[in-house]
Every structure is written in C-alpha cells, then in structure tokens.
Design a protein. Structure first.
Length: 262
C-alpha cells in the first residue's frame, strides 16, 4: 500500500528533529556542559549523531525512506530515485524539523544557570575562526564535500538490491559515526544542510553568515556520489529494479529503500 504523502513529510520532519535534537544536544548538554558527569567528548557526540540516524532508519525508513537530510534528498533526485515534488516537500519538512529541534534544545539548555549561547554555542558549524580547530574555509569546504560524498556512497550501496537485507541502518548509522570522528574538529561536522540551518538560525550572527558553506558543500558531495553511483558502481540488475517499482515493494527490511520506488 502506498504511504500517503502527508505521512512521508511528517516522518521527515520528525526524523530530522530527532537527529538535530539528539546530535546537537549531545554536544551542547552532555559534551560541553556535562562537566560534573564527565562529559561524553568527541566519541560520544559522534555516536549520538550516528545512533540517531540508525534509530530513525528503522523507525521511519518504511514510511519516507528516512532521508532527514536535504543533501540525501537532492542526491536521490539526481539519481532518479525520488520525484521533484516529493524532494521539495522533503527538504522543507527537514528544515522545519531542524529549526524546531534547535529551538527546543535552546530552551532546555537555557534552563541551566550559567549557560551562554555565545560561549557554549548550540552545536552550530563553522569555518575559519569558528572552526573547532580554526581550519580554513577551503579546508572545511573540501572536508564537507568529501565526507558527504562518502556518506552518500554508503547509503546507495547499503540500500542497493545486492546488499545484505536488514543491515542498511547499521552501516549508514555507523558510517555517520566515522564521519563525525573526522569532521568534528574541522567544521563540527555538517554533511546535512538542515542540521546546520537549525542551530545557525538560533545562534544567528557569524553562524548564520557561514551556513551557506554547509548547504553548498554537502549538496556538491551528494550530487557527486549520485553520478559516481549511477555511472560507475550501479549494477544492471539495480537499474532494472528501478524501472519496475513493484519489485521493491514488500521488502521493508532493506531500509531505507522506499525512496527508490517513487
């Protein structure tokens, strides 16, 4: 049975909310402010982002495909795996979810005496003076392109016909953990325009003025991955499968493949 569009868009909003709230929340609350509890550090924050995606793949993958990331949606559009109308609605829903999550996170973080958004931040991304380790704009741009490219290749491969059934969420989630382990010192790790937009809107100032990079770079990386997958890595069998959408139905264990059958 076809999932109603409204449910798909609601799933994308909620999934992106969870990713931003849990991922950025781990940095703001458990990472930066949880001193008395020891803090979770780089590895803990990386796990929070990756495990959030893993959980959402299995929670909403059968509903919307669990993109929860405009770069993924645009990459799937380029690869011919989602309709343009759905892609636009997905991106709007993802941005809404991210902004709501950042607003809720700010409200909660503000309940701690001594919290200062200018000092503690809200998990926003940045380059130059706003990079965690002062990486240059060029370095941050290159990192975000490459990391997003790798992430999308994992997604295409994990949800392909020949991939082991039922494991897509695990490979996708843990690839995001690895990406954060490398990317956090450079930019704070975006690879997701909506994830960057939410905190930037709340923080405003330099965070908002720099958010353009965290839209452009992930989209470039995602589009590159779509072309590499279609032109180099995709097998003839998978291409055939896309031409007959009915072949994908009744196999929800390979999440998130539902975005392939539009």
């Amino acid at each position: 049975m076809e999932v109603p569009d409204s449910k798909k868009y609601a799933a994308e909003l909620l999934g992106t909310f969870v990713l931003v709230f849990m991922g950025c929340g781990s940095a703001v609350i458990a990472g930066g402010l949880g001193v008395t509890l020891g803090g979770i550090g780089l590895v803990g924050i990386s796990l929070a982002f990756g495990l959030s995606v893993l959980a959402m793949v299995y929670a909403i993958g059968h509903i919307s495909g669990c993109h929860i990331n405009p770069a993924i949606t645009i990459s799937m559009l380029v690869a011919g795996k989602i309709k343009s109308r759905d892609a636009m609605a997905y991106i709007i829903a993802q941005c809404m979810g991210a902004v709501i999550a950042a607003a809720v996170l700010l409200m909660i973080a503000g309940g701690l005496p001594g919290y200062d958004m200018d000092v503690n931040g809200l998990g926003q991304n940045g380059y130059g003076d706003h990079s965690p380790m002062n990486y240059t704009l060029a370095a941050c741009l290159a990192a975000e392109v490459v990391l997003t490219f790798i992430f999308l290749l994992v997604i295409f491969g994990s949800t392909s016909k020949n991939a082991p059934a039922g494991f897509a969420g695990i490979s996708i989630g843990f690839s995001l953990v690895l990406i954060h382990l490398v990317g956090i010192p450079i930019t704070g790790t975006s690879v997701n325009p909506a994830r960057s937009l939410g905190p930037a809107l709340m923080v405003s100032g330099d965070a908002l003025s720099q958010v353009w990079l965290f839209w452009i770079a992930p989209i470039i990386g995602g589009v590159m991955a779509a072309f590499v997958w279609k032109l180099v890595l995709e097998t003839p069998e998978e291409d055939e499968e896309e031409e007959d959408p009915r072949r994908m139905r009744g196999r929800p264990s390979r999440m998130p493949p539902r975005h392939f059958d539009r």
